[in-house]
Design a protein around this ligand. Structure first.
Ligand code: SAM
Length: 341
């Protein structure tokens, strides 16, 4: 069987989809609960369904071991807010012991991070992504519904001091934070971090998604015109278009999640909190892993079912969205909290 390499590490037989894309990365949304209520993310009103049962840590670990055996070398834990789930640090510690898992990363809103930062550094987290949409405490509260700006900023500095590789995620919200894009970008001027600007996507829990005019192209031209000369950093399998402005310690990135311009090199699959496998952000779930895990299925058959889904992947996010709406299952209330970003 083919083998793939990730960050210099050989990671076993590869999962290659029907379009020739190697799958090396899984994002696990481990809860759909969150202690923030971001305006572009959270389900609202009738969409706020009762939570169904989550995959247990044991089920998640079994899944990760099987996926690593299939060539997945990177796992990202996300949510909802992963740090609201009880026992998260111990779970991360267990994942870290899985042979062949080269990269273990966490995406968090950082509000609960400070007391856990040292433990995360010790266990050797390879990447930390923190959401930060604004540098204004009042706007932070308006966007997230909570007044945690100072804590988040302090833990960003602490993570940098601890030497944990850090990325910041800012969702570009027209008329809300678009006057701060340069200030946000300049966080990377003196700090060794990446700040990535994300196009808003229609997973806002039915809050009335509007794409707005700040797409990838406009963002790139704006930063080209207003920051020191940008040198593109080419990184295979990266969702973001990355640039290093001259004289910056860190870098800026642009994520065209709505433009869907990186599908041709997409290397990731997702698992929702309730155990649906998604082979595209825009599909509505292609395999009920929870039902299979609880059916007593053996590892070989489970892997075969996952491989079959990877082998029937849609070519891009537009095709996946068309198929999801054709199936009538695509919820207009879908929230990123149930997908994990
Ligand atoms: N709670 C964690 C956090 O805040 O980072 C992890 C989960 S959150 C759903 C993951 C990422 O998705 C965050 O960076 C968030 O900004 C982004 N996100 C949420 N809703 C989005 C939307 N409608 N469009 C684009 N990005 C979104």
């Amino acid at each position: 069987m083919e083998e793939v390499r990730l960050a210099g590490c050989k990671v076993g037989p590869s999962l290659v989809d029907n379009h020739g894309r190697a799958i090396t990365y899984v994002r696990l949304a481990v809860t759909d609960r969150c202690n923030l209520n971001c305006r572009y993310c959270r389900p609202k009103g009738a969409c706020n369904e009762a939570r169904r049962e989550l995959l247990s840590y044991e089920e998640l670990e079994r899944l990760v071991r099987l996926l690593v055996g299939q060539g997945i070398g990177k796992v990202r834990i996300t949510g909802g807010e992963p740090l609201v789930r009880h026992g998260m640090l111990a779970f991360l510690g267990r994942l870290k012991t899985i042979p062949g898992l080269a990269q273990l990363a966490l995406t968090t809103n950082a509000t609960l991070l400070a007391p856990r930062l040292e433990a995360l550094r010790e266990l050797g987290l390879t990447g930390l992504n923190i959401s930060l949409d604004t540098l204004s405490p009042a706007r932070f509260a308006a966007i997230t519904g909570q007044d945690f700006f100072d804590q988040v900023l302090a833990v960003i500095e602490a993570a940098l001091a601890a030497g944990i590789p850090l990325k910041l995620n800012a969702v570009v919200q027209e008329g809300i934070n678009t006057d701060e894009l340069l200030d946000l970008a300049r966080l990377a001027e003196s700090r060794p971090l990446e700040i990535r600007f994300i196009e808003p996507m229609p997973f806002d829990g039915g809050n009335g998604f509007v794409a707005g005019s700040w797409d990838l192209n406009r963002l790139r031209e704006y930063f080209r015109a207003n920051l020191p000369p940008l040198v593109e950093i080419v990184r295979s399998g990266s969702t973001a278009q990355m640039f290093k402005p001259a004289g910056f310690r860190g870098a800026i990135g642009l994520i065209g999640g709505y433009s869907r311009c990186f599908c041709a090199s997409c290397n990731k699959i997702r698992v929702t909190p309730q155990g649906m496998l998604k082979t595209c952000l825009y599909d509505d779930g292609v395999l009920d892993l929870r039902a299979l895990l609880r059916s007593g299925i053996d590892d070989r058959k489970l892997v075969a079912r996952i491989r079959a889904c990877v082998g029937a992947r849609q070519p891009d996010g537009f095709a996946a969205a068309r198929r999801a709406s054709a199936s009538g299952m695509a919820g207009s209330c879908a929230s990123m909290a149930t997908i994990g970003g």
